[in-house]
Design a protein around this ligand. Structure first.
Ligand SMILES: Nc1ncnc2c1ncn2[C@@H]1O[C@H](COP(=O)(O)OP(=O)(O)OP(=O)(O)O)[C@@H](O)[C@H]1O
Ligand SMILES: [Mg+2]
Ligand SMILES: [Mg+2]
Length: 552
């Protein structure tokens, strides 16, 4: 990170005291402290320690089919670390500016539950892959604040268990068992439900942008444990006892759970002078939006951690780390700064471009993501104006076409940006044609819609010609006079409309300006969008105000 980085690093240094200064009117007595543990499924083809395919490739596959003997904990089977998972976790660590540990190791965390066939989960509790990173989030008011990342560790996902009440049977599906997860743990730096939401969203789009996780909360590839504590104002931060709410799978639930927890803990702490919050693990009820006690610290399970004897030390060479660093794409905050500095785009436009499909299809092999990255797509349209002279298109105009017209049409056709079939060259040509009035803006929109439903590599001019969408008259020419009316489609269509709408014309003549738009609309419609609206307005206004014109 460039200049932005150094400012933020200074802020980071002051993080604790800086972050204490604010006082939230919703709970003025309390300083809210939140830390987040995120479990993100790594987007690898194969599982962390076995050769079976991951759930990404088994969405439509029967339960218990992508399962190796190791995933099912068959005695005598051994783990073999998948280097792709390590590289993807490394990408995450570098994007989060962590210190990658040259050596890390794996521990067994024991507990007994039917979705864990071996009776332990392999994780990296004690010597994680990476430590001490930072993610900048935007506060609701718009300031950026650094959230420190404590550590990133690799671990296995569990199987899925479902209960069928009818047959009163529990079903276990091992397809997910052994899929790689990264656990990304923050320091307790978040100060409100909104900041926690902003953190999770920012992390989600970062993971998608670098291609290390799908980050889909709705299908469980990103899940969060949220730790919440309260301090009275003036007390040192971190002195309150935390409660941990497990396994939240939407930003809405995260916000609701923290809000509930703040009210609950505040009520408890004010109930009597001796009252204390007990350290607990809590669940969240998705129907009542309340948290409930699962277990207290006292009856927390003893995980009997031990180093996994079957896995050696994971050593990461400098070369490997440097190689991964070199393949990272432009990170969202760098892109944001660049788009604002170089193109003077508004925050809103930048937000939309950065979040289009959240780079969901970005490749992680270091190749140019090309048209699948919205930012690259936008860059290409701006930069490749096609005259070979390095001329650029107007960034704001391009942003407008991409974020309003193209995205709008994609949305109305229920498509994502990944399914966009209008190439950057085509959209560029289309924008030029509208600018030079070869087609009208309305026709440009129709063409965008058409090209999304009937993909073709033809030039836009060709398509517009075939669809008969080229502007009827060059709209820069002076408006024809009535003597030429039988030749000029602009005049002819306006006259037709005026004849067809006598009561509207009468209303317009008696001063009802709004009704003019209806007449203009009819003309544009009759021209199938091939007439320039501004020019139609000129002519219609003239004809309406001209009492000697066509009868009303
Ligand atoms: N006083 C506090 N208030 C709020 N959050 C806290 C507080 N102290 C610690 N935390 C946060 O709680 C989280 C602790 O996560 P960590 O993975 O280190 O341990 P854990 O929850 O004990 O382990 P496990 O992974 O088994 O759940 C961190 O995000 C940390 O910032
Ligand atoms: Mg943890
Ligand atoms: Mg925890």
């Amino acid at each position: 990170m460039s200049g932005f980085g150094s400012v933020a690093k200074r802020l980071l240094h002051d993080a604790r005291s800086y972050r204490l200064a604010k006082n939230d009117q919703r709970w003025p007595e309390w300083q809210v402290v939140v830390g987040v543990e995120t479990h993100a499924q790594i987007k690898s083809r194969r599982k962390l320690f076995s050769h079976s395919l991951t759930s990404e490739y088994s969405a439509h596959i029967l339960p218990n089919t992508n399962v190796s003997v190791f995933d099912a904990a068959f005695p005598g089977t051994l783990p073999k670390l998948n280097p792709v998972c390590v590289d993807l976790a490394l990408r995450t660590a570098l994007a989060l500016q962590c210190r990658v540990q040259p050596q890390s190791s794996f521990d067994r965390k024991h507990y007994f539950y039917s979705d864990l066939p071996s009776g332990y989960q392999i994780t990296q509790q004690y010597a994680p892959l990476a430590k001490d990173g930072v993610l900048y989030i935007r506060q609701p008011v718009g300031d950026w604040v650094p959230i420190r990342i404590k550590q990133i560790q690799l671990e296995q996902d569990t199987a899925k268990s479902t209960y069928a009440p009818k047959t009163r049977a529990s079903h276990i599906d091992l397809n997910r068992a052994g899929t790689a997860l990264m656990e990304i743990v923050t320091e307790a730096d978040l100060r409100s439900p909104e900041e926690a939401a902003s953190y999770v969203r920012t992390l989600q789009s970062l993971l998608r942008a670098i291609g290390s996780s799908d980050g889909n909360m709705e299908d469980g590839s990103l899940r969060c444990d949220i730790n919440v504590s309260l301090n009275r104002f003036g007390m040192p931060t971190g002195s309150g006892t935390r409660c941990e709410i497990k396994n939240l799978n939407s930003v809405k639930f995260i916000t609701a759970a923290i809000n509930y927890e703040i009210r609950r803990q505040a009520a408890l702490l004010t109930s009597s002078p001796e009252a204390q919050v007990e350290q607990e693990t809590r669940g969240f009820d998705e129907t009542t939006f309340e948290t409930f006690r699962l277990r207290s610290k006292e009856d927390a399970p003893d995980y009997r951690y031990m180093p996994d004897p079957n896995l050696g030390i994971l050593r990461l060479s400098d070369e490997r780390v440097q190689h991964i660093r070199a393949t990272l794409p432009e990170l969202p905050w760098t892109a944001r700064e660049r788009l604002k500095d170089a193109y003077a785009l508004s925050d809103r436009d930048v937000d939309v471009l950065l979040n289009i499909d959240n780079g969901r299809d970005v490749r992680y092999d270091g190749e140019d993501p090309g048209e699948s990255s919205a930012i690259k797509y936008f860059d290409r349209i701006v930069k490749n104006a096609g005259d070979g002279n390095g001329k650029r298109r107007d960034p704001k105009l391009v942003a407008n076409w991409v974020t309003h017209e193209l995205l709008g049409q994609l949305a109305s056709q229920n498509k994502t940006f990944r399914e966009n079939t209008v190439s950057s060259a085509q959209l560029g040509e289309l924008i030029d044609m509208v600018q030079s009035k070869v087609i009208t803006g309305t026709a440009g929109k129709q063409l965008t819609r058409y090209m999304l439903s009937k993909p073709a590599s033809d030039s836009v001019f060709q398509i517009a010609k075939e669809l008969d969408l080229l502007a009827l008259i060059p709209s820069t020419a002076p408006a024809s006079t009535s003597s030429e009316s039988d030749k000029d489609p602009l005049i002819t269509l306006c006259e037709d409309a005026i004849l067809a709408l006598p009561s509207e014309v009468k209303a317009a003549r008696s001063g009802n300006k709004g009704v003019l738009n209806k007449i203009i609309g009819v003309v544009i419609k009759q021209s199938r969008g091939r007439l320039d609206a501004r020019r139609v307005r000129e002519v219609v206004e003239r004809m309406v105000s001209d009492e000697s014109g066509p009868p009303s």
